[in-house]
Every structure is written in structure tokens, then in C-alpha cells.
Ligand binder design. Structure first.
Ligand code: EPZ
Length: 423
């Protein structure tokens, strides 16, 4: 079993290059299934969820040739009726996008229930609502969900009850080739939604309003392949910004879109960290051993502070001066990682959706687990500023979303290694 071993208390200096955004690349890869054609996709992150998705495209009969961060994909001749093994779809949430992509192209899709990080209940009612609004029938049984539209789909006015990234993605995928005009109200506004719309528009779609809460789509029957560059990963960037804030030092984080990082930058500045913003990079500076200030934050949909950065920020605040409060405003239960930080000496009490973090003077190394992707990033950050050695297991969960986190942190001076232990 692989583990990450970190010897803490080393300030970080240098430059880190951010990869392409996992949560933008995933819907775009599924969109290649919808469109059908030849694609050249650049800035693709080399992480487990992306490689799993390329495997799904190949299982359907598509071709994928990877060369570093570039992949050539041909989805001209895929077979939408091939069933994807349940074990594969269960490995990630994004496999739900197969429903929108295959329904939009063939009028039919059937998959096992998707998995993903465990944040308590993860309903899919808004996905089902969207397919039904476009005229599809949704049936469930035998651990599978099936959507079909024998008479074809038609554009419609869709009003989501809650803001959902995944349901907005599925609505865009299902509507892009559907005849008529679709209006999606209460849509998610995340940068990855905008990137998906930009990708599909490059393929000939007519999507406007992405990035606002009302998206309009005029269905275009024939879409075509294209070349496309995925946007940089704002959560990966935010994770390294927070790591430097925790360990101290001065690191330039390159290949970022600073606008996407504004809520993270604002909170780091509030905590006493210096962030110098340039066109496509941010420099994070903190004198080692300088005192961090307590803050309050609430994780909410974009442009608010991202839930996917909440665990990393909690790790930072463990050693701030005073009591910080974090409210999780998106997921039912995204505090499972707190137990791991407590093993390292953190004083955190979780009450429902609020974590109360009483700053301690120092964390100490311990044997901990990555309980999910961002919870895993949080223990890495805690370990970087802790006294002594931390050993983290279950690291495949971290590798679902961070390309070479060990190499990138080592390149700026962290004492971090990946070690294989006998099972
Ligand atoms: C996406 O998940 C991301 N995953 C998550 O990132 C991220 O935490 C989340 O959006 C919120 O930003 C990917 O992009 C692959 P949602 P998604 O639908 O789409 C409720 C990471 O760390 N809801 O926006 O599954 C739901 O329970 C991952 O990279 C319903 O009630 O999230 C949640 O409370 C983890 N019914 C809220 O909406 C539905 O039908 C937001 O979920 C759908 C969602």
C-alpha cells in the first residue's frame, strides 16, 4: 500500500505550476461522447478520475491517445448500448454525466449508480427532473438508472430547485443537440460550467449565459470535433496557496486565473497571509512562525468560498490565533476529515454544519488517513506545518484529483515522499 510521509516545519520557496481543472475536464470528456468526432484536448490533468473517464470512452468504442497533458480523442463510432461495469461507474460521481451525454446523442442511457466522495446523502433528484423536463422517461431498478426518449427530447424551460453543478452539466449535455430552445434557471455558475459551455460552443453549439444563473441553449443537431485547452484548476491552486500559508515561505503559483481564486485569496489575506496577484500567477508569502488570525467562513456555491477548499482552510486555521468558525453550506456532511486533524493535535468540534476550530500553538505528526479527496489534501497541509513525521494512508483518494502532489510540494522544499509499504 502506498502512503505519503511528510516531515513538517519546513518553509516552502519556489514555483508550482497548476494543472488543468479536473472538474472542468470531466464534463468536457463526457461532452466528447455527446458530440461524436475528433478532439485534441490540452491541459488535461493526469489524475485518476480523468484516466478512469478515458477508460470509459474506450469501453464505449472510442479511441484515446494520451501524450502528457494532451489527449487525442475519437468518439465518432462509439456504441451507446455497451454497458460500463458498475465497479467503474461507482468509482466517481462524474460517471452520472454519461446519462446526459448518451441521452443527448442516442436518446437512451443506462448506468449503475455513481459513487464519489462520501459527504452523506447525495441525491440525484435534480438530474432526474432535468431529463424528465426534456421529455425522457427515467426508470430505476437492479442498481441501475435508465433514461430514454423514444420520441426524442425537446427544448424546455427548466427551473432547478437547488443549485447543482452536476445537474447543470447534465442539463447542458442533454440540451446541446436537442431541438428547440432550452432555458436553465437557477443554474450553477462555477468556472467549470463556463468551460463546458465554451467547449461545446467551439463544437458548434449555441449556449449563452453560462456563468450566470440563467443559461440559454438553442439545440444544434450537428456538432463537430475541435481542439480545446482546459482551464487551470482553481482548487489545486487554492490548495497550494493554503499549503504555503500553513508552512510559511514564499511560492509563486503559476498557470492560474486569479479571478477564479478571489474568494480564496480574500480569506487568506484576512487570515494574515500576503497574496500578490499577477496576470496568470499568484505569489503567496508568509513569514515562517508569524501568527495567523482567526477567521469565519461559509462554503457556498461560486462565486462564494468553494466547499472543495473548506477542508484545506480548516487545516490552516488549526494553528491560527483564536477561534475560527467554518460553516459547510453545500454538503450534508463534509467534516469527516476533522477526526484526522484531531489525531494531529487540532482542537476542533463539529456541531452539525459548523466546525469550531480553536487554534493551537502547534500540530504534531501522526498516522492519519485521507478520508476523501479534499480531506486528504487537508491532512497534507496540516502535516507540512506539524512538528514531526506524519504518515498518510488511503492516498489513492488524493490522487483522484491532484497530479503529482508529492513532486510539486517537494520541488518547493517540502520533506515529502511517497513510500510503498507491504499490505
Ligand atoms: C461537484 O459535485 C463537484 N464534483 C464536487 O467536487 C463539488 O464539491 C460540488 O460540485 C459542489 O461544488 C465534480 O465536479 C465532479 P452538486 P456535484 O450537484 O455535481 C445537492 C471535489 O472535491 N443535490 O453541485 O455532485 C447535493 O446533495 C468534488 O472535486 C441534490 O440535492 O455537486 C449537494 O448538497 C467533491 N440533488 C448540493 O446539491 C441533486 O440532484 C450540491 O451538489 C444534485 C445535488
Amino acid at each position: 500500500m502506498d502512503k505519503i510521509v511528510i516531515s513538517g516545519k519546513r518553509p516552502l520557496y519556489g514555483t508550482i505550476e497548476v494543472s488543468g481543472m479536473k472538474n472542468a475536464a470531466l464534463p468536457i470528456l463526457y461532452a466528447t461522447i455527446l458530440v461524436g468526432g475528433k478532439f485534441s484536448i490540452e491541459n488535461l490533468p493526469d489524475v485518476n478520475d480523468i484516466n478512469l473517464t478515458l477508460g470509459i470512452i474506450e469501453t464505449l468504442g472510442g479511441k484515446c491517445v494520451k501524450d502528457g497533458a494532451c489527449v487525442e480523442i475519437d468518439t465518432t463510432d462509439i456504441d451507446g448500448k455497451v454497458s460500463i461495469p458498475v465497479d467503474t461507474v461507482k468509482k466517481m460521481r462524474a460517471s452520472l454525466y454519461l446519462l446526459g451525454a448518451l441521452l443527448g446523442r442516442y436518446g437512451y442511457a443506462r448506468i449503475g449508480y455513481p459513487g464519489g466522495c462520501d459527504f452523506g446523502v447525495r441525491p440525484i433528484d435534480q438530474h432526474k427532473k432535468c431529463f424528465k423536463t426534456f421529455g425522457a422517461t427515467v426508470t430505476e431498478g437492479d442498481g441501475h438508472i435508465c433514461v430514454s426518449a423514444e420520441q426524442g427530447l425537446s427544448g424546455a424551460h427548466l427551473f432547478f430547485d437547488i443549485v447543482s453543478v452536476g445537474a447543470t452539466v447534465n442539463a447542458i449535455l442533454a440540451a446541446a443537440k436537442t431541438p428547440g430552445v432550452t432555458t436553465i434557471e437557477n443554474a450553477a455558475k462555477e468556472p467549470h460550467i463556463v468551460d463546458l459551455a465554451n467547449f461545446l460552443n467551439t463544437c458548434g453549439a449555441h449556449i449563452s449565459g453560462a456563468g450566470t444563473d440563467t443559461i440559454k441553449i438553442r439545440g444544434e443537431k450537428e456538432l463537430h470535433g475541435c481542439s480545446y485547452d482546459i482551464i487551470p484548476d482553481m482548487i489545486e491552486a487554492g490548495t497550494y496557496m493554503t499549503a504555503v500559508a500553513a508552512a510559511g515561505g514564499c511560492v509563486t503559483i503559476k498557470n492560474v486565473i486569479p479571478k477564479h481564486l478571489e474568494s480564496i485569496t480574500a480569506k487568506l489575506i484576512e487570515a494574515g497571509v500576503t497574496v500578490n496577484v499577477d496576470d496568470d500567477s499568484v505569489e503567496v508569502v508568509r513569514e515562517p512562525d508569524s501568527q495567523l488570525s482567526r477567521i469565519m467562513l461559509k462554503a457556498i456555491p461560486y462565486p462564494g468560498f468553494p466547499t472543495d477548499m473548506q477542508p484545506q482552510m480548516c487545516a490552516l486555521l488549526c494553528s491560527a490565533n483564536g477561534t475560527s468558525y467554518i460553516t459547510e453550506g453545500v454538503w450534508a456532511n463534509r467534516f469527516r476529515y476533522v477526526e484526522e486533524l484531531v489525531r494531529m493535535g487540532a482542537h476542533i468540534v463539529v456541531e452539525g454544519k459548523i466546525a469550531v476550530i480553536e487554534g493551537v500553538s502547534e500540530l504534531s505528526g501522526a498516522q492519519v488517513s485521507a478520508v476523501d479527496l479534499r480531506g486528504g489534501a487537508a491532512v497534507v497541509i496540516a502535516a507540512l506545518c506539524a512538528k514531526g513525521v506524519t504518515v498518510i494512508d488511503n492516498i489513492s483518494l488524493i490522487e483522484r484529483g491532484y497530479h503529482d502532489i508529492v513532486g510539486k510540494l517537494r520541488s518547493v522544499g517540502a520533506d515529502i515522499r511517497k513510500v510503498s509499504f507491504p499490505d
